[in-house]
Structure formats: structure tokens, C-alpha cells
Design a protein around this ligand. Structure first.
Ligand SMILES: CCCCCCCCCCCC(=O)SCCNC(=O)CCNC(=O)[C@H](O)C(C)(C)COP(=O)(O)OP(=O)(O)OC[C@H]1O[C@@H](n2cnc3c(N)ncnc32)[C@H](O)[C@@H]1OP(=O)(O)O
Length: 267
């Protein structure tokens, strides 16, 4: 992440700016920073500065139109992708009236490709960056060409599962998915998971073992579980397998460190 700030801004203004940016992330990324209330898509964000406490209202003022949710099915999704989407989605119904929700269901996490456009803090960023920035995994217009995925979260088990269909633009070795693309998806799923657990986080360490190649066009499962938490460190385990679980493609461990707004201000 790169942020450009005018030098004349006060620290308070910059803190407000970054907070608003994260407000945008909360609403528009699949990575909601902070303790997210999963069924509340666009919460107010409470943040504290040295001089004041401010509630930043995110919506409805920042919407010009409803952004596309990339975690919903499109025409490129194959049979296996749809089958698994329907499987997890069928277990993610809203709790019915009178029934308490203890996080025992899967929750589909919406996923958007922009944050800066909607984050008013972006006013301190380069206009070019504001207009052109897109989430890395959601920046190909052609459906099915690259990263097609949906992430579900289950709170009671502290577990995320991602159904991922790898498109033809992700080729590494002939006919198979590029290791960097696999790493990107692992970072995305584990990063989403870590950020659901705590305040803003950044990847500190990602350790990957590639066990067997993933054919282009295939659908795989990426599963993420919380290993342990130590202070501001979250250790996450991740595996990429065939959808029937018979083949392990990749195994990984990831470390995420909670950061403060001032960490980003330092660059
Ligand atoms: C729209 C959006 C949607 C987005 C939806 C998609 C989600 C995508 C998610 C992508 C996330 C990313 O790629 S983030 C981008 C890639 N990552 C980065 O650029 C991070 C660059 N690194 C940093 O900024 C920093 O090094 C940090 C934040 C990681 C740590 O700095 P810090 O906050 O000062 O913490 P520090 O004191 O150094 O360390 C805290 C503790 O962590 C340990 N620690 C720190 N680094 C490591 C390390 N590499 N390996 C082991 N341990 C480490 C320290 O020993 C210490 O342990 P102890 O002494 O406390 O025991």
C-alpha cells in the first residue's frame, strides 16, 4: 500500500484521512479492517486520535451507485465452482427470527474492486492513483480470465474457506497456475481471515510449500484456520486442495501483525 500525503497536513488531518481510507476498505474490500460485524456491510468507524474521538459515518454519503460484488456468481463460473458456492451459501442463510446467531453458519464475504474512489481520505492521494487503483485480484474485466473466488467465514470455528477458480491469464508452468498467483490467493484469504480477527493488519511473513501443480481452469478450495494469537501477531495456517480433498496442492503458514494508523503514516 502506498499513500501520498501533502506535507503541510497536520498529523490529525492525516490520521483522519487514513481512517477514512480504512473506512472505505471496510465497506468495499473483501478485507474488512477491524473487528467486523459481518452482517453489517458498512458500519460507522470509531477511531481515536490524541486530541479527539470521531465517528466517521461511511454511508450513505459516499455512494454514487452500488458497487459490484465480485463474490457473486457470473457466467464464467464452472459447474464445480457453482456447486461449492451453492453448498456454502446454502449454509449461510440469515438467522431466522427468534433464532440466535452464534456464528455457527458460513457467512459469505462480499468483495469489491475499489476502495479509494469511495474513501474520502483519498483526497490526499494522487488523483491518478485514486482513479486507477483497483484491488489486485479483482482488476481483470474479462469474467473468468483470472481470479474468480468467493470467501466464506465461519466464526465459531475461526475458519475461512475460499472457492477459487483459476483463469487462463494465471498461467505459470504450461497449463498450470503460476506460483505467484497461488501466493496471492493465499495472502488474500489468510489476510482476510486475520483482519476479521483484529484491527488493521499487514502480512509480515508468508511461507509456502508447493506440493502439486494446479491445472488452469480448475476449481480448488483454499482453507484458512487460526493457529494462534500472540499479542498483535496472528498466525494462520492455510491449505489449497482439490475440491474433494484428495489432493494437496499447496500448504502455507502466514503471520499477520496488527498495525496502527501511525504505522501507515510513517510509510
Ligand atoms: C480493499 C482492500 C481489500 C483487500 C482484500 C485482500 C486482502 C489482501 C491482504 C494482503 C495483505 C498484504 O499483502 S500487506 C502488504 C505486504 N506486507 C507489507 O508490506 C508489510 C511490510 N512490513 C511492515 O510494515 C512491518 O514490518 C510489519 C507491520 C509487518 C511489522 O512492523 P511493526 O508493526 O513495527 O512490528 P514489529 O515490532 O517489527 O514486530 C511485531 C512482532 O512481529 C514479529 N515480526 C515482524 N515481522 C516478522 C516477520 N517477518 N517474521 C516473523 N516475525 C515477525 C516481531 O518479531 C514482533 O514480535 P514480538 O517481539 O512482539 O514477539
Amino acid at each position: 500500500m502506498v499513500f501520498f500525503f501533502a506535507q503541510s497536513l497536520s498529523i490529525l488531518e492525516m490520521a483522519r484521512s487514513v481512517s477514512r481510507i480504512f473506512s472505505g476498505f471496510r465497506c468495499f474490500g473483501s478485507l474488512p479492517f477491524g473487528n467486523t460485524q459481518l452482517k453489517t456491510q458498512c458500519p460507522s468507524v470509531l477511531f481515536r486520535t490524541t486530541s479527539e474521538r470521531t465517528v466517521v459515518q461511511v454511508l450513505p454519503s459516499i455512494f454514487s451507485r452500488k458497487p459490484r460484488d465480485f463474490s457473486l456468481p457470473n457466467s464464467s463460473w464452472g459447474e464445480e465452482m457453482m456447486r461449492l458456492y451453492n453448498y456454502y451459501n446454502s449454509q449461510s442463510e440469515e438467522a431466522t427470527e427468534g433464532q440466535e446467531d452464534h456464528g455457527e453458519q458460513w457467512t459469505r464475504l462480499p468483495s469489491y474492486n475499489r476502495s479509494l474512489k469511495y474513501a474520502t481520505g483519498g483526497v490526499y492521494l494522487s488523483k491518478i492513483i485514486q482513479s486507477k487503483a483497483r484491488l489486485f485480484t479483482r482488476n481483470i474485466r474479462d469474467p473468468g480470465a483470472a481470479f474468480e473466488y468467493v470467501v466464506f467465514f465461519r466464526q465459531d470455528k475461526q475458519r475461512c474457506v475460499c472457492v477459487f477458480q483459476a483463469g487462463h491469464l494465471l498461467e505459470g508452468p504450461p497449463g498450470h497456475v503460476h506460483g505467484g498467483a497461488i501466493a496471492t490467493m493465499i495472502d488474500t484469504v489468510t489476510g482476510t481471515h486475520a483482519s476479521l480477527l483484529s484491527a488493521p493488519v499487514m502480512t509480515a511473513n508468508l511461507n509456502i510449500n508447493y506440493r502439486s501443480p494446479i491445472p488452469l481452469g480448475s476449481t480448488v478450495l483454499i482453507e484458512s484456520t487460526l493457529d494462534k494469537e500472540e499479542g498483535k501477531k496472528k498466525f494462520i495456517l492455510c491449505s489449497v486442495t482439490s475440491t474433494d480433498g484428495s489432493r494437496v496442492h499447496t500448504e502455507a503458514t502466514a503471520l499477520f501483525v496488527s498495525i496502527s494508523i501511525s504505522h501507515l503514516l510513517r510509510g
